[in-house]
Write a protein that binds this ligand. Structure first.
Ligand SMILES: Nc1ncnc2c1ncn2[C@@H]1O[C@H](COP(=O)(O)OP(=O)(O)OP(=O)(O)O)[C@@H](O)[C@H]1O
Ligand SMILES: [Mg+2]
Length: 252
């Protein structure tokens, strides 16, 4: 049982001239393993900033508040230490890693996170199984990470990592964007398989209620102007779809 606790988190983005531009204005959020939280909010409201700040992207400066995982201050940790502590981020725009094959990348990541190399005999099968479940051509194992992948292929690869790495907390930043109808279902099923273990907490950033029909959130948060302005159940997502953010923009 794990708990990610975000308290009054304030974050600025570092501009090239060294100046700080405030983005997150005090975010409070608690996620427990087995729970799925959806965050919905207008473009530019700071959703990806929240995801990157938790993951430890150097572009963002924490100016106040705290983030702990099972009581441990994760803001003090390096990016790889955070991953080893059990945090996982599926990026809105996954980066290409030229020269590193998917197979090598996943094996290295698995080794780093588990603290020991996966058994050669079982690993190949595990990898093949994960690719099969996400209906990815086995040829992807030999391709360089995300290089030349279509938008949807990148997102499937992110969920493949999720299934193989079994993190304590998974932040999925617009994993549904750019997926065709079948892929959305395949990716959602992948997320639901991990959910069913009850051992992972999810923070699902999305613009569309469509994915929330496949992956039923326990909580929906409305994110406006760098903070959460409203919380509710799945019905809040439906309400947003029907009414938009107008009423919350005024509030913020
Ligand atoms: N280098 C930068 N210079 C200026 N502003 C920046 C910089 N990096 C980020 N920002 C601003 O931070 C704000 C928050 O961006 P963020 O990517 O977190 O939004 P988002 O909620 O994820 O939006 P979307 O729904 O479009 O993905 C935006 O207004 C963005 O322009
Ligand atoms: Mg974003």
């Amino acid at each position: 049982m794990s708990t990610l606790e975000i308290r009054d988190l304030q974050v600025s983005v570092k501009l090239p001239d060294g100046e700080l531009k405030p983005i997150l204005a005090g975010v409070d959020l608690t996620i427990k393993s087995g729970e799925t939280h959806a965050i919905m909010g207008p473009n530019g409201s700071g959703k990806s900033t929240l995801a990157y700040s938790i993951a430890g992207h150097p572009k963002y400066e924490i100016t106040g508040g705290s983030v702990t995982l099972d009581g441990q201050d994760i803001l003090e940790l390096s990016v790889d230490e955070r991953a080893r502590a059990g945090l996982f981020l599926a990026m809105q725009y996954p980066v290409e890693v030229p020269g590193v094959s998917v197979a090598n990348f996943l094996r290295t990541a698995k080794t780093a996170i588990d603290g020991e190399a996966p058994k050669l005999r079982t690993w190949a099968g595990e990898l093949r199984g994960a690719m099969e479940k996400l209906q990815m051509d086995p040829a992807f194992a030999q391709r360089n990470v995300n290089e030349g992948f279509s938008g949807g292929e990148k997102k499937r690869h992110e969920i493949m990592q999720l299934e193989l790495l079994k993190p304590k907390m998974a932040i999925l930043d617009e994993t549904d964007s750019g997926l065709d109808i079948d892929a959305l279902q395949i990716v959602s099923e992948g997320v639901n398989r991990v959910r069913e273990t009850g051992e992972t907490g999810f923070l699902l950033i999305t613009h569309y209620t469509r994915i929330l029909r496949y992956i039923k959130p326990d909580f929906v948060h409305v994110f406006v102007g760098g903070r959460i302005v409203e919380e509710g159940g799945p019905e809040l997502g439906e309400q947003l779809e029907a009414e938009g953010y107008k009423k919350f923009l005024v509030k913020a």
